[in-house]
Every structure is written in C-alpha cells, then in structure tokens.
Design a binder for this molecule. Structure first.
Ligand code: BGC
Length: 757
C-alpha cells in the first residue's frame, strides 16, 4: 500500500527567528524595535497603507490615485504595500522608489491574488480539494509561489479558507468546500506550499488566510451580503481552519467584507483582537479586504471615513487596502487622543515582522530578478504537475454500464459542447497571470490521445457571448441554436459522445452569485437534442461550483466532474476518459437536487423531527415537494474499480478523556484494476450538551490498492477530534456515547460504537 496522505496537521512552518541578542530579544525583535524607534507617526501610518497599481483592479476604486500622486506618496513613506504590481521589472522599479527615496528606505511588500497558480494554472481550489490529497495542494502552491516570486511578488492573498455551504455563492470555487476538517487540511497544505519552511527563500511567498470571518455564510448566497451565524457554527464550522493557520505560521490574515451578526468583520475586535491576536497568539498582520474599511460606513456602522479608520484600527485591522482611511485620518485620530499610538505601533511591528521574515531588509530586490523570471515560469515541469493535479481532482459521478474508460473497440467519438474546445474556461476565475486561451481544451486533449479514433467535433452552442472578464457582467446565450444540427449530426455518426458543459470560467468567482445553479443557457436543450440520437453520452462537467443537474444525472450514463482544471485540463480529461488514470476524486461539496435545498451539507443535525423518508408524513422535518437528500453527497465519487469495507473495529469499547482510540477497517479492491480510495472517518457524538451533527468528518486517508488486494487502515481519535466548541468559544470534551463510521462517502453506513468516560 502506498499511503498518499502525509498528515499536514503537524505545525512545521513557524518562521520566528530564534537567535537571541544580549538583552534577551530575538534579532528580529531588536531590528523591528530599532526601526520603529526611528519612525515618525506619518511613516508608521504609511506602513499601514496599501495601494493598488493602476493597471489591475479587483474592486471598485473608491479613491483612485493618479500615478504621479502615488509615486510621491511612496517617496514620502506614505505607502507600505502595493497590490497588483507584477513582474520582476515593475516590482524592481516600484521598490527602488521606496528604498532609494523614502527617508528610512523601508521596502514595500507586493501582494497579489495568486489563487491557483501564477501563470501555470492549476485546477481551481475547490477542484483540488476534490482530490482529497493535500500533498497536491502543497505541490501546486509551491509552484504558484515559485512563479509568483519570480514575478517579483512577496505575498499572495490566498488561501481562502472560508467553509462554504451555499453553492449560489460564486466564491466557493476559491475554497475547499463545505467541511471544516477537509478545509483545514487543504489550507494547511496550501500555506505550506506557498511559504515552504523558510519565508526568506526566494522561491516562497507569504500566504494569507482569508476572509476572516464568515464570508461564505453571506445570506442567501448573495456576495457581500450580511452574515448571521450563531456561536456554535462560528466556532465549529467557520473558525477551525483560521485557528489552525494562525497557530501554524501563516504570515497574514485578511478580514472580510461582511457584517457578522451586525458587526462589520473589519471592525470586529472580538475576531481580530480577542481571538486572533489574543487567544490564538497570532503575530502576523491583518490586511483589510478591498476598501472593506471604507465599507464600514456603507454598512451603516460608521458616520464617515474617519470613523471607519477608528473602528478598523481599534478592531484590529492592521493594513488598509484601498480605502485610504488610515492615511487620511489616523494621524488626526492619534492627535485627538482617540486612537492610542500603541495600536499603530502594534500594527507596524506586525507588518515589519513579515517584511523582515521575507528577507526584504536584507535585500529588498531579491524577488525581482529577471533571470529567475525567465527560467522559473510556465515550465514543462510545472505544466506536468498541473496535469497530475487536474486528473486527480476529477470526480466520476456516474458510470452506468462501465461506459468509461473508453475501450479500444470504440472507433468514433463525438466531442461536443460549448466548453469542448474552450481553451480559456479551464483556466478558471482568479487566474493571476494566466495567458488567455492558453489551456489545453478537452478537444485538444482528446485528439492528442485518440490514437486513430475518429473524432467528430461540434460546438453545439455558445455559452457566454460577452463580458468574459473579472469585473464585467457575463452575457449568456439563450437564443442561438444554429449549432445544434451539426452537433446532432456529429452525435449520430459517432459511437460515443463526450459532452462538455457546465460553466464558463467567469460564471463563478467573486461577484458571481446566482439564484439558479442549473445548467445555464441552452446546455440542457443541447443535451436533450443529442440524447435523442445517441444515448452513449459521457457528460464532462466543467464548473466552479456544485450544479443542479437532476435530468443529466438521470439520463446520461456517465458523468465526469472535471471542474475548471487549469492549464493542462484537456490532457488530464483524456488521461481519465481513456483509463490512463483511474479517477479517485470525491466531492468536497454536496450537489443539491434543487436550489431550494440550499444550504445543504452532509453534517446536518438531526432536528427533533427527523425526516422519516415517507412523503405521507407531514409533520416531520422534510419538504412536501422534494426529498431532503442531495443529488450527490459530500465525499462521494466513483472509480473504475470497486471497494468494499469490512471489519470495522475500535481498539476498545470505552476510553477515558485524554486517551486515544484506534479505529481500523479493511478496504478491499474488488474490481479488476488498481485504484485509489479516499477512506473517510466520521463521528457522531450521540448525546452532548449542544446537539451535534449526525456525522462529522474527523479523518481521511487516500490509499492506493491493487486489484484484488486488501488494505488494513487505521485512524486515531482523541480529545482533538472528540470535543467541540460551545457557542462561547470554549472547547469541551464531554463523556458519552459515540458512533464512528468509516467508508467511501459521507453516506457511509458501516459504523461501530464506543463510549468516552
Ligand atoms: C477580494 C479579495 C482579494 C482582494 C484583492 C477583493 O475583492 O475579496 O479576496 O484578495 O480583492 O484583489
């Protein structure tokens, strides 16, 4: 057996410089204190000020500056950081202005949204989580970091660690899905990949845990909307990945646009001061989200920008992204005695600390190296890593009659669909420096692997007709069916159809909330037209969020969830459909049966009147027009082989608090090909002070098992997994009876009981 998962829960990337000076301070502290002592108030406030370059914007520019003003500000020490300055030369030039012209020569820190790759695009983060292999996230993030660092960048605004249960919210594509445990594993892996074990290494960059906190719970899935969340869900669902990253050395945090129970997250001293910098002992800095300091006023929680500045700095936001509130008003607030200069000093120390750890004081230009930029970006090695990640991220949702993998007897394939020859959408949204239209389309990938098979291509219909860019409104084709007949003909003359449908890259991501997550435009109609003439359809889904596809799920014999798979998507799809790679992904997010079920997630609580499954039973927690169950559950995914679970055992039927329980199971590959299985462990705390979910993921291992082979898998459970947070944030481990399940999806039935004394 090859155990693919290397546990990422061990904290391994703390960067504190430990060398101690004569007076008991670390070298790092001494450096920072010396510098701080030389800074005047304006220079300190300058460090808290972040500006975008003028050429790339990811939000409305409330206080757009002209370039000349910006340059003057940098020279005068009024800017501590910039975002969206990219390229060895551009960063070098901007850095020179700060270092050579400002009084103290403090280097800028350059940030950028490197979400799933810099130029070599990896699958979107949601897809990558579907691999259930955090080692892949280490790999992709380390390559993204290497490319970003070669582009002169120091810092990525990633990973997004928001646990998302609402597929209407377009930003679920940026996270690791609906579960806190899986999200924590992937978030730690991503930070490890970005930061490595030495932040000052020229191939690593600082990471950023975002958006702190609750953003994915935006009411009704509408982006930027209010968040109402009780303490129990906040502490058990939303906060665990943030806490894990804070405790394991993530360099920075970003706060969030939303209010949380009425309090703008950006002004929340409970989140930023009491929890993050207090209880969790965090020593990095918090950057605001884009103008989220200015938006405090728009929420209705400050009268003007000055009060925004007051609320944000007292709330614990260290750096102001694009609101210009700090640079305009902090000095005044200090002079008026409203803001204690100690708060400013604390924020400055945190920012200088990360600059120090990046090595910027030793060499402010070290990241801006044009030779490295030429050598380290978009290499063949990076592309082949992307292909590896992409194929392992795919989830086989249905495979009736073993239509996949395509056998050598198949002599003709119709490749159809608006996304079939799309070489841009696989790059996904939040695509950093990806070259437009640089992905391997599914058609190109299939052709390259076809080996004599006749390929009949037809687009069928267009999906998006205009507005394909980050900030613009996308227009969907709802009328032009002129390509249908060619598609139907291609399907008629082929033995099998590969139909690529789903979402354009710009249908998910920031500002891409939808009330309807069924197939948009003419895609369902296209499927229906093809289905009439050829039922051998393999639907290849490309999308950034779970979709509602009940009709496809019923009719199509095979469905492969390929997501937005990155630069090498087409080759990776070919690897899977031709059986070169046996699919092993599992859904990181539930696929609803209809939009009305949202929010829908596997770790729900029983209610006092659990669904009986009988539609006649009205006074139970169910719908009168649809079942409670989803189309595809969390953790679900098929393989070209089959796995059987047997002999689930616990090392003892009773353990004491503080002891460790061992849970074991045998997993057999009962098919004829080798395969990988994601073995998932869920617990249920049957009677606790606060009602607990019926199932909670508390462990997983991805294992490869030879055809006919059996592997003995063991897990450990102790207080860390068996306790939970009270709504007030206190972690408790309560005695009582537990059930533990081990299987291949969240719908696992195999279980065993034990009690905790
Ligand atoms: C997003 C952040 C992003 C920032 C900078 C905002 O609109 O919410 O996630 O990092 O822009 O681009």
């Amino acid at each position: 057996m090859k155990t693919i998962i290397v546990t990422v829960f061990i904290g391994l990337f703390i960067f504190t410089s430990c060398s101690i000076t004569n007076n008991g301070m670390t070298e790092e502290d001494k450096f920072i204190e010396d510098l701080l002592a030389r800074m005047n108030l304006q220079e300190k406030i300058g460090q808290l000020n972040q500006h975008t370059s003028q050429w790339e914007m990811t939000g409305p520019a409330p206080n757009a500056k002209n370039t000349q003003d910006l340059l003057e500000d940098i020279k005068n020490g009024r800017v501590g950081s910039m975002l969206n300055v990219v390229g060895a030369e551009a960063t070098l030039n901007a850095q020179k202005i700060a270092v050579e012209n400002s009084r103290l020569g403090i280097p800028l820190i350059f940030g950028y949204d490197v979400i799933h790759g810099q130029k070599t695009m990896f699958p979107i983060p949601l897809a990558e989580a579907a691999s259930w292999n955090p080692d892949l996230a280490v790999l992709s993030s380390s390559i993204a970091a290497k490319e970003a660092a070669a582009n002169g960048l120091h810092w990525t605004f990633a990973p997004m660690v928001d646990v998302g249960r609402d597929a209407r919210w377009g930003r679920v594509m940026e996270g690791a899905g609906e579960d806190a445990y899986l999200t924590t594993a992937f978030s730690l892996a991503r930070v490890q990949g970005f930061q490595g074990d030495d932040l000052s290494n020229e191939n690593t960059i600082a990471a950023c845990a975002k958006h702190f906190a609750g953003y994915a719970f935006s009411e009704s899935g509408r982006d930027y909307n209010v968040v109402e969340i009780g303490g129990e869900s906040l502490h058990n669902v939303v906060l665990p990945p943030f806490k894990a990253l804070a405790e394991n050395g993530v360099a920075t945090f970003m706060n969030a646009f939303n209010t949380i129970d009425g309090m703008p997250a950006t002004a929340s001293s409970y989140l930023q001061r009491d929890l993050l910098k207090g209880e969790w002992g965090y020593d990095g800095f918090v950057v605001s989200d884009w103008n989220s300091i200015g938006e405090i006023m728009i929420h209705g929680a400050a009268a003007d920008l000055k009060e925004c500045a007051y609320r944000a700095i007292t709330g614990g936001s260290d750096m102001d992204m694009e609101a210009t509130a700090y640079i305009k008003y902090l000095e005044e607030l200090v002079m008026e005695g409203k803001v204690d200069v100690k708060l400013i000093d604390d924020a400055v120390r945190r920012i200088l600390r990360i600059k120090y750890r990046l090595g910027l004081f030793e060499d402010p230009y070290k990241y801006s190296n044009t030779d490295r930029e030429k050598a380290n970006i978009y290499t063949d090695e990076h592309k082949s890593a992307s292909r590896k990640v992409a194929r392992e991220s795919m989830v086989l949702l249905k495979n009736e009659g073993n239509l996949l993998p395509i056998t050598s007897s198949v002599k003709s394939i119709a490749v159809i669909g608006p996304l079939a020859d799309d070489d841009d959408s696989p790059l996904g949204n939040w695509r950093a420096q990806a070259i437009p239209n640089s992905a391997v389309s599914m058609l190109a990938g299939i052709k390259a692997a076809a080996n004599g098979i006749k390929i009949n291509y037809a687009e069928g219909c267009k999906l998006a007709t205009a507005g394909r860019a980050f900030p613009t409104h996308l227009t969907i084709n709802t009328t032009d069916k002129s390509g249908f007949s060619a598609a139907v003909n291609a399907a008629k003359k082929s033995e099998l159809v590969l139909l690529a449908i789903g979402e354009d890259a710009f249908m998910s991501g920031e500002g891409r909330s939808q009330t309807d997550i069924t197939l948009r435009g003419l895609q369902q109609e296209l499927f229906d037209a093809i289905y009439k003439v050829n039922k051998n359809i393999v639907v290849v889904l490309m999308n950034g969020r779970p979709l509602v596809i009940p009709e496809i799920a019923e009719k199509a014999p095979a469905i492969l969830e390929a997501w937005h798979g990155g630069t090498e998507a087409g080759h990776a799809i070919a690897d899977v459909v031709f059986g070169k790679y046996n699919p092993s992904g599992k859904l990181p997010m539930t696929f609803p049966l209809n939009v009305g079920q949202i929010p829908i997630y596997y770790n729900y609580k029983n209610t006092g009147r659990p669904d009986t499954g009988n539609p006649e039973d009205n006074l139970w927690s169910s719908y009168t027009d649809a079942p409670n169950t989803p189309l595809y559950p969390f953790g679900f995914g098929l393989s070209y082989t089959t796995f059987e679970y047997s002999d689930i055992k616990v090392s003892s039927s009773e353990i004491a608090i503080g002891e460790t329980l061992q849970v074991s199971v045998n997993v057999s590959n009962t098919g004829t090909v080798d395969g990988e299985e994601v073995v998932q462990l869920y617990i249920c705390d049957k009677a606790a002070t606060y009602a607990r979910p019926l199932k909670e993921l508390k462990g997983f291992q991805k294992v490869s098992i030879k055809a006919g082979g059996t592997e003995h898998i063991t897990f450990k459970l102790s207080d860390k997994e068996l306790g939970y947070y009270f709504p007030n944030g206190k972690y408790v481990v309560e005695p009582g009876n537990f059930r533990v399940y081990v299987g291949g999806s969240s719908e696992v039935k195999h279980s065993v009981n034990f009690s905790l004394k």
